[in-house]
Design a protein around this ligand. Structure first.
Ligand code: GLU
Length: 550
């Protein structure tokens, strides 16, 4: 919705007494209809939590490949006084999980980890969004789910992204009639702009609006358990009835005078991002060349990513040295190992293959997964929420118009790992929704999809915005990279001299598109530079919806 239209709406709302406070409102999400639905909730006097529900459920309809009722995620809400709360609704392994199934030598393509019944973990979205609403919601569930129900029932326009993803998985949609009926247009892949309907999902959402979000586990339990078990998985109705979203204390960090609140394990992306920032804090990043900066960011990431792999997991199953990892002295010691002109030599191989061999076998795909929502409400609270069904279309299994996750793929299938699958365990996640505070007030909400690239994308966006002074949109647009061993996977928009300079340090540049989904889909709201700014990722078709008091 344009700012112009909202400006016209304002006097009416004030007359109705429904908007007594709002000065600035913003929602940034991966689809314009989702951002608009969230903003309208804020204009109706809803809180950031209310807007998150409306936005997330619209995404379930219009971006069904990336998140929804069949998945899970993490929400971080920080009120106007800087007090934060995390809702962890990460999926967990079912009680009857049989880890041996994931490592069966006969499964040479490791399909059990990634597709079908065994890959599905117990979904957390309904429980998590319920917690968020119960604790911080103001409007009725009926109001919040209404935009999603209407779009599912009356039809929604297919986005470029959805059309592309359906085309990529066309075999499956052709082979499974119930999915083809919902996601094909007269039996053919839809084009962007075509209208699709999802009546089964409209009915599920209507039931939840009437009976409450927790009713999801009873009303959908039998169908989910049947679909998963028929495909060789283990989830049963008791797993669904027993699922609990958890409230957690936010993780704390700081960088160049800003305080950061972030999501703790089993989400591990933020620890890695904060560790990178701690390492970089001693370097004047605005006074080095582009290639030097990229090298420093890559080396810091390498260190943080290694710590994450060895030391972090589900807190219900392991002790973790989080304070030591985020210690500033530890970071200073790590910086001493980084040589400005040479690659750190001991990047560990990935299993039996070197990173280069692995890249030969599995070149980076233009894949993005997951979705991120940032919200600023009328009280000045900020919400940063990342949720997922893991890979696009998750396990490939769907129930009543929503897809079931394949989040079991996020476990580590090495028995000594803290992240080895066990009954009830939440697999380690790279998701890293964050909020930064300045003088105790929330000034920046940021998060992104991207699996392992979440950490490098966040690191780069924060350095662009904080160190280089870019506006948040420019910081998100700027070209990104992700290091894989000594291979430097990058977008093609870096300065001409940067590639050869990186080669001298020892990198092998690997160009990977101009704006590529592979590097994430970040959505942010910032007041850091003294004005309100929204940033939506062009790699993802995201959109900022804003209202500013005239
Ligand atoms: N399964 C991924 C994780 O939790 C989802 C995030 C993503 O791929 O963007 O790390």
């Amino acid at each position: 919705m344009s700012r112009f239209v909202l400006t016209l709406i304002l006097p009416l709302l004030l007359l109705c007494g429904r908007l007594a406070y709002a000065a600035e409102l913003m929602v940034v999400a991966a689809h314009p209809l989702a951002s608009d639905a969230g903003l309208k909730v804020l204009l109706d006097g809803g809180s950031a939590a209310d807007a998150a529900l409306a936005t997330a459920f619209v995404l379930n309809v219009v971006e069904p490949h990336a998140s929804g009722l069949g998945g899970g995620g993490f929400a971080l809400l920080v009120d106007e006084r800087g007090m934060g709360e995390v809702i962890d609704y990460r999926e967990c392994a079912p009680q009857k999980v049989d880890p041996a199934r994931y490592t069966d030598p006969a499964d040479t393509l490791k399909l059990a980890q990634q597709t079908g019944g065994p890959s599905v973990a117990v979904p957390g979205t309904a429980a998590g969004l319920h917690q968020l609403w119960l604790r911080h919601g103001r409007l009725s569930l009926g109001r919040l789910l209404q935009p999603a129900i209407e779009l599912a029932r009356e039809g929604y326009p297919v986005s470029e992204a959805l059309a592309t993803q359906i085309q990529e998985k066309l075999d499956r949609f052709m082979a499974v009639p119930e999915q083809g009926a919902l996601f094909l247009k007269d039996g053919f892949p839809p084009a962007a702009g075509d209208t699709l309907r999802n009546e089964p999902l409209a009915q599920v959402l209507e039931g939840l609006a009437a009976r409450g979000l927790p009713s999801f586990y009873a009303s959908q339990g039998e169908a989910i358990a049947r679909v998963v078990q028929e495909d060789g998985g283990w989830i049963d109705e008791a797993d669904l009835a027993g699922y609990k979203a958890l409230r957690r204390e936010p993780l704390m960090g700081s960088y160049r005078g800003l305080d950061f609140l972030a999501v703790p394990p089993p989400a591990t992306g933020a620890i890695a991002v904060l560790e990178c920032l701690n390492i970089l804090e001693a370097v004047p990043l605005d006074r080095v060349t582009e290639s030097q900066r990229l090298h420093l960011l890559a080396e810091a990431h390498k260190k943080a990513w290694r710590d994450r792999g060895k030391r972090l997991g589900d807190p219900a199953f392991c002790e973790m040295p989080i304070d030591s990892l985020l210690d500033k002295d530890y970071a200073r010691a790590q910086l001493e190992h980084i040589h400005p002109d040479a690659l750190h030599h001991n990047w560990p191989p990935l299993g039996s293959l070197s990173w280069e061999e692995k890249l030969e076998e599995f070149p980076p795909r233009d894949d993005g997964n997951t979705t991120h929502i940032s919200i600023l409400d009328g009280d000045g609270a900020m919400l940063s929420l990342t949720q997922s069904i893991n890979y696009f279309f998750g396990s490939g299994l769907a129930v009543n118009g929503y897809f079931l996750n394949n989040t079991a793929a996020d476990f580590t299938f090495i028995e000594e790992s803290l992240n080895w699958p066990e009954p009830g365990k939440r697999p380690r996640s790279s998701m890293a929704p964050m909020v930064a505070l300045q003088d105790g007030r929330p000034v920046l909400a940021l998060g992104t999809p991207g699996g392992p690239r979440i950490v490098t994308a966040m690191e780069q966006i924060l350095v662009h915005h904080i160190d280089l002074g870019m506006g948040i949109q420019e910081a998100i647009d700027a070209p990104r990279f992700h290091p894989l061993g000594s291979t430097f996977v990058h977008e093609t928009r870096f300065a001409a001299e940067t590639g050869p300079e990186l080669e001298k340090i020892g990198y092998r540049p690997y160009p990977h598109g101009e704006f590529n989904n592979y590097f994430g889909g970040a959505h942010a709201i910032s007041r850091l530079h003294g004005r309100l700014e929204g940033g939506a990722d062009p790699r993802r078709g995201g959109q900022v919806a804003v209202f500013v008091m005239p």
